[in-house]
Design a protein around this ligand. Structure first.
Ligand code: LAG
Ligand code: CA
Length: 454
């Protein structure tokens, strides 16, 4: 029989929240590369304030690449390791602000005060603002959102040429180490003109993903940033949080985020902020979270970014660390009740799905099968998925499919190793355009043409 096999086109990314550089590199080699992940999104790499909380990463004190996540050398090594595995690296660029505390010594030894960062910035480089504490209070006032302080974080005059060139040197330094793109942290808090001017001065042609959290009542919208590059599609995450518990899984097929075109939307189920403020589903939602991830990956809108963090009880709680450095990641055994500090490695559960997405590519959604809280459909003649959102009922539809005949394995159920002989004995038999697909509650079966028995 002619085994149609497809050149996979990597698409799926993963945010490895607070992973140190050596652990990121190892993950690229062992899991992300073999499973056709496209990119990894890092936590911030620059020097930051001292403290056990995760969010010290978001309080820069210098642009030295020395942080709780590793050294400059470790960073450089990680980037090349990931590249060797075929995985791109997106850095988290905290450029709206510097630290939000009175002063101190950073993790690499830089002494600073709130508005003085030796060799980089002095008081004139920061906005001043006459709101209480200089903070942003009123999100309906564009100027206030962009020129006052976000939680006391010293707000850079990002419209000024000298500030811009300091930021550009920092980002170019990351590019010189091989970084492929940037998440622009707190992009909403910088005028899109400022971000555009900074991006225009960067060397190379990095991927740009602006973080502009959509709120319908506000004057600043993600659409304002589309000329600069892509944006994170927060609306998709919020919609998934609503529709999975409600059981209306088919509504995930119409997902979009306002007027953001698919090619410029980075979609996700959760990130480090939303899993803490409970705006989205997270590991705490156990099987609902897993179903939401299947939906995210199954539908064609946007570029999916999986999330991988650690269990926590207190929102400030940092990742497990020793002497100020985050420990190497060791994935905990999957559990619906993990202990605080356990590395969850949620993305590994979906490792085989990253390849499924790479294989189905842009193929459109075929005819929809629907029964109760379960849905199923083809993606062209390359893949098929059935997602069962029923919490107690099995489903077992006999589907009409465009998949070529063969014995398929379940990509949603592969070990993360990406082993050679992944489908020795395919149990899902496509014959004459029909296939029966048994799926247990709150799980999925995903077939693709590159995962068949010979
Ligand atoms: C972001 N995107 O726009 C990050 O995704 C988000 O995680 C960052 O907040 C925020 N913007 C600034 O980069 C995080 C924490 C905050 C934390 C902040 C700075 O969610 O809780 O604020 O990082 O570390 C903390 C305290 C505040 C305090 C502030 C300054 O929670 O009470 O005012 O530090 O000292
Ligand atoms: Ca600002």
């Amino acid at each position: 029989p002619s085994i149609l096999s497809v050149e996979p086109e990597r698409q799926v990314g993963v945010q490895l929240f607070q992973w140190n550089w050596p652990s990121v590199g190892r993950e690229c080699t062992e899991v992300l590369g073999p499973n056709q992940f496209a990119f990894v999104l890092l936590s911030p790499a620059q020097e930051h304030i001292v403290g056990e909380q995760w969010w010290t990463s978001y309080q820069p004190v210098s642009y030295q690449l020395e942080s709780k996540l590793g050294t400059r050398d470790e960073f450089e090594e990680m980037v090349s390791t990931c590249h060797e595995a075929g995985v791109k690296v997106i850095a988290d660029a905290v450029i709206n602000h510097m630290a939000g505390i009175d002063g101190g010594t950073g993790v690499a030894g830089t002494e600073f005060t709130h508005y003085e960062y030796p060799g980089l910035y002095g008081p004139d480089d920061f906005h001043t603002c006459d709101t209480p504490g200089g903070d942003i209070v009123n999100y309906v006032d564009q100027q206030e959102v962009q020129e006052c302080e976000l939680s006391n974080l010293a707000d850079l005059r990002t419209g000024e040429p000298e500030v811009q060139s300091t930021i550009v040197s920092y980002l170019d330094d990351l590019t010189s180490l091989g970084v492929d793109g940037f998440r622009i942290d707190a992009a909403k808090h910088m005028h899109h003109r400022d971000v555009q001017e900074i991006v225009d001065q960067l060397s190379g042609d990095p991927i740009i993903i602006s973080e502009v959290i959509r709120a319908s009542s506000e004057p600043i919208q993600p659409e304002d940033y589309l000329e600069i590059g892509s944006v994170f599609a927060f609306q998709v995450a919020k919609d998934l949080a609503g529709l999975v518990p409600g059981g209306a899984l088919h509504r995930a097929l119409d997902l979009k985020d306002g007027q953001v075109p698919s090619e410029q939307a980075y979609t996700f189920v959760t990130n480090h902020d939303t899993e803490r403020n409970r705006q989205t589903l997270s590991y705490k939602d156990a099987d609902k979270y897993r179903v939401a991830n299947y939906l995210l990956l199954a539908q064609p809108y946007g570029t999916p970014v999986l999330y991988s963090g650690y269990a926590f009880t207190d929102r400030d709680e940092g990742a497990p660390q020793t002497d100020g450095g985050v420990d190497d990641v060791e994935c905990a055994t999957p559990s619906d009740d993990p202990a605080p500090g356990d590395w969850l490695c949620q993305h590994r559960t979906d490792a085989g799905m990253a390849e499924w997405v790479a294989v189905v590519g842009d193929e459109p959604i075929g005819d929809l099968w629907r029964e109760g809280y379960a849905i199923g459909f083809d993606r062209g003649d390359r893949g098929l998925i059935v997602i069962n959102g029923n919490s107690t009922l099995d489903v077992s539809p006999e589907l009409t499919t465009s998949l070529p005949d063969g014995a398929y394995c379940n990509a949603a159920d592969l070990p993360p190793s990406g082993a050679e002989d992944r489908c020795a004995d395919g149990e899902f038999i496509v014959a004459d355009g029909k296939v029966t697909v048994p799926v247990s509650p709150m799980s999925a079966v995903a077939l693709h043409v590159n995962l068949r028995s010979a």
